[in-house]
Design a protein around this ligand. Sequence first.
Ligand SMILES: [Zn+2]
Length: 280
Amino acid sequence: MLVLESFTESLREGAAFIAGQERWFAAAAMFVVGCLLGSFFNVVGLRLPEGKSAVYPPSTCSSCGHRLNAIDLIPVAGWLIRKGKCSHCGDSISPIYMLGEIGTGLSFAAATWFVGDVRELWIVYPLISVLVIVSISDLRYRLLPNKIILPAMIVCLALRLWVRELPFWEYAAGFLLGGAMLFAVAYVSMRIGKPAMGGGDIKLLALLGLAIGVKLVMLALAISSLLGFLCGMALLVTGRIRRRTFIPFGPFIAAGGFVALLFGNQLIAWYWSQFPGLTG
Ligand SMILES: [Zn+2]
């Protein structure tokens, strides 16, 4: 908890600083900050579900146990310099590390560029951080850790009581509806004997609803489902998975939430503008 609070605090100070700078400079700076943090989120996402500490012991090659040195630990560049291989045993290092770093960097940069209200960034950076960490855990262990999601709910609630663009009830309704929509999917899929949704997915969408509000969380679920469907079809068609293979849904919720967070209001406005008769 204390770590999350001081983390949020330092992001807030960073946001206040960059708010005074040019927008492209701010986005570039937050790209670098995101890549550095992403490297830490990788470790948290990969170690936390196993009950290991995120800071000790230092990272090692998963193949030979060789301790990673300064160059290996540079986000993105380290992986590229080593061409994705361990400098000791030459075994390949999973690109998931580099993707986690670059994904966090790009998300931070895009949020800095597109989120107009600087106060809103106080919610946005921590939210992206949580989405990255749980996506990594879900991809690796098919698990969305409570140890991240539950404290994040409390921090998000505290932030939303204090920073908000919409009336508070919209965030509260987002929390309830986000949870309820996936609970309904989980319940129905269990009754028909094809469980499709875990408790972690339900809690993650509830958290997202609390962070972005009721309208955007509905859009986020629609985008997540579409992305999940397209990705599942692509993997099936290319023969990467079989019909019954379980695909973790957490990363799709994260991606849908991110798109809704950045472009949701524009997407909703565009959607309604297609039906001028209804709004006129
Ligand atoms: Zn090695």
